[in-house]
Design a protein around this ligand. Structure first.
Ligand SMILES: NC(=O)c1ccc[n+]([C@@H]2O[C@H](COP(=O)([O-])OP(=O)(O)OC[C@H]3O[C@@H](n4cnc5c(N)ncnc54)[C@H](O)[C@@H]3O)[C@@H](O)[C@H]2O)c1
Length: 257
């Protein structure tokens, strides 16, 4: 990864922040964006203090003008874009489909699916011009199987898998690999919020609700951020040169049963 330019959306927290640290440790130059400006500034300062080159921008991934401007800023600053990780995402309150508000559906799909579409739309041209590139989209186990009471989230994450496969087909002859990772239940703020929402939905306390979640996972636990980040590194590694169009579960066996 040395000297490669790696763009990460949703970089201020969770998998995005973990990936930023891991790619920086491998010598990558980073383009980090998030809607959370304070979190982003704090992370960028920490990474620069440890010697990394970082371009950080506050953007909302649903805003096409902002996504386009981010790529222009990347090319102006670093002159190239080698790897793009579309990771920004929003969870959803546990709600029966019949009680889900259309505006909530629209926002969840806008961030989780439209954000990935817009990201790829503007990341692809410089990669095509360079004749190579890697795109990794962070979907979810809910992009591979049904997830009751999370219909909007599951619909958005299935869309991410569909976008990934379509783009992989289009871009394989351009030497651009496009894959998706499908984690389930990893210790990030998004998961903590979803677990709390699950507890309010079932009327259990937080500990009961968490043990009910982990009991569904064959490995009997949730993932660490580091376990997901190592899969992000491996998927994007130049040595992983023949894998494209895949949606890989990192889920302790959840989708195997
Ligand atoms: N943690 C899990 O258990 C889990 C499981 C499956 C999939 N995922 C997916 O992994 C990805 C990362 O999630 P995480 O768990 O690290 O969550 P997180 O909440 O820790 O991080 C998500 C980041 O995305 C940013 N973001 C949200 N909306 C945005 C927007 N409109 N524009 C720009 N940035 C925005 C947030 O500010 C935050 O920094 C998400 O796509 C999520 O759906 C997470």
């Amino acid at each position: 990864m040395a000297e490669r330019v790696v763009l990460i959306t949703g970089a201020a927290s969770g998998f995005g922040a973990g990936a930023a640290q891991a790619f920086a440790a491998q010598g990558a130059r980073l383009v980090l964006c998030d809607i959370d400006e304070q979190g982003l500034i704090g992370l960028a300062e920490t990474l620069r203090d440890s010697g990394a080159q970082v371009l950080a921008r506050r953007i909302d991934v649903t805003d096409e003008t902002a996504q386009s401007a981010l790529i222009a800023a990347t090319l102006a600053h670093f002159g190239q874009l080698d790897v793009a990780i579309n990771n920004a995402g929003l969870g959803q309150p546990f709600t029966p489909l019949s009680k889900t508000e259309a505006k909530d559906f629209d926002r969840i799909v806008a961030v989780n699916a439209r954000g990935v579409f817009l990201g790829m739309k503007h990341q692809i041209p410089p990669m095509q011009a360079a004749g190579s590139g890697v795109i990794l989209n962070i979907a979810s186990a809910a992009g591979l199987t049904g997830a009751g009471h999370l219909a909007a989230y599951a619909a958005a994450k299935h869309a991410v898998v569909g976008l990934t496969r379509a783009a992989a087909d289009e871009l394989a002859r351009h030497n651009i690999r496009v894959n998706a990772l499908c984690p389930a239940f990893a210790e990030t703020p998004l998961f903590a919020e979803m677990a709390d929402r699950f507890a309010s939905h079932t009327g259990e306390d937080a500990a009961q609700s968490r043990s009910r979640i982990t009991a569904r996972v064959p490995m009997g636990r949730v993932a660490t951020v580091a376990e997901v980040v190592q899969a992000m590194l491996w998927t994007c590694d130049p040595a992983n040169s023949f894998m494209t169009g895949q949606a890989l579960a990192i889920d302790g066996g959840l989708t195997a049963i």
